[in-house]
Design a protein around this ligand. Structure first.
Ligand SMILES: Nc1nc2c(ncn2[C@@H]2O[C@H](COP(=O)(O)OP(=O)(O)O)[C@@H](O)[C@H]2O)c(=O)[nH]1
Ligand SMILES: [Mg+2]
Length: 310
């Protein structure tokens, strides 16, 4: 299979027919073999029936239906799992992305990249959404590749890269950061972005906030997942040391200079508090380390690009 295009779908009934028509036109004119994979994720409207109809009329259309809403990341993951193309493209199902960009992304990919990420330079979304995207992108850039738009669903991948992506939560936002961390070559390309005509955005403030926590977690994960003890143990040790020295100071004052301890109760409490808190952090570090161990036991801590003679 030459190319697979994956669409996460949630309440997009009114967009699907036109989306399919636009996509088919582009794929037919540029590729020999292709498939369109729609992942329907517990929509409350009749998205699934529309998709069923599309797949009856066109063999290239494949549909996965979830039992309930599992979220955009899960939907992308399912699409990637089932994609058979050597190139896999993911795209919004609300017509905001433009199928005409697909061949351009694929050409760029062939220049030797593992992922070409769309950059919605001229974005047709509300100010609030653009602002939150801006914040997230700037935080993501700290650990990730140097690209402008992490949140754009429109991306093209080589099969190897896509099969290596593991998504959960709101993880689809950090795909470029994850791939980058595994050593894949990523670049970006300006893509068209259109205003949403039918249906509503699924990312209100609540969902955007959840994405924010994910971002903080992913930052820590990228920085410290391999050795969480270095981080938590380090902070814990600082707290314990400060507590220890305050305590030591009071002990010396008492036994060397006869200054009674009780009038300095606050310092004593501080010393004990810091010691305990530091110790707890340290123990958390050890727990996190154990968890990381079980995680990396199942997964290799490296990503192979090629093998010869093996
Ligand atoms: N499968 C699935 N797709 C979703 C979900 N939420 C959003 N989408 C799809 O992801 C794409 C982008 O969502 P949208 O609400 O337009 O986000 P926005 O462009 O950032 O406002 C659209 O194709 C949606 O149908 C979800 O929970 N499950
Ligand atoms: Mg949209």
């Amino acid at each position: 299979m030459e190319i697979s295009v994956v669409f996460p779908v949630y309440n997009e009934a009114k967009n699907l027919k036109k989306l399919h028509e636009e996509t088919r036109e582009v794929l037919k004119n540029n590729f020999e073999e292709w498939e369109e994979i729609y992942v329907e994720d517990g929509s409350e409207d009749n998205s699934y029936r529309v998709l069923e109809k599309l797949s009856e009329d066109d063999d290239h259309v494949k549909v996965i239906k979830f039992r309930r809403n599992f979220g955009q990341s899960a939907a992308l993951m399912a699409g990637f799992d089932h994609a058979e193309g050597d190139v896999v493209v993911s795209m919004d199902a609300d017509l905001q992305n433009d199928p005409k960009d697909i061949p351009k992304l694929v050409d760029k990919l062939k220049e030797g990249y593992d992922c070409v990420s769309g950059w919605r330079k001229n974005r047709k979304d509300s100010i609030g959404k653009r602002f939150s995207s801006w914040v997230q992108t700037h935080l993501s850039m700290r650990t990730g590749p140097d690209i402008h738009d992490f949140g754009c669903t429109l991306k093209a991948y080589r099969k190897e890269a896509v099969k290596d992506i593991n998504l959960y939560g709101e993880g689809h936002r950090y795909i470029p950061a994850k791939l980058y961390k595994s050593g894949y070559k990523i670049t970006e390309m300006e893509v068209n972005h259109r205003p949403r005509k039918h249906g509503r955005t699924k990312y209100g403030t609540g969902r955007l906030f959840r994405g924010f926590y994910d971002l903080i977690f992913s930052y820590f994960w990228n920085q410290f997942s391999v050795r969480p003890l270095h981080f938590l143990g380090g902070i814990g040790t600082v707290f314990m040391s400060v507590g220890f020295f305050i305590g030591l100071y009071r002990v010396i004052m008492k036994y060397a200079f006869g200054v009674p301890v009780l009038p300095h109760l606050a310092q004593l409490l501080l010393a004990v508090g810091l010691l305990l808190f530091g110790f707890l952090l340290f123990m958390f570090g050890i727990l996190a380390e154990m968890l990381a161990k079980t995680y990396y036991e199942e997964r290799k801590p490296y990503v192979v690009e090629e093998k010869k003679g093996l």
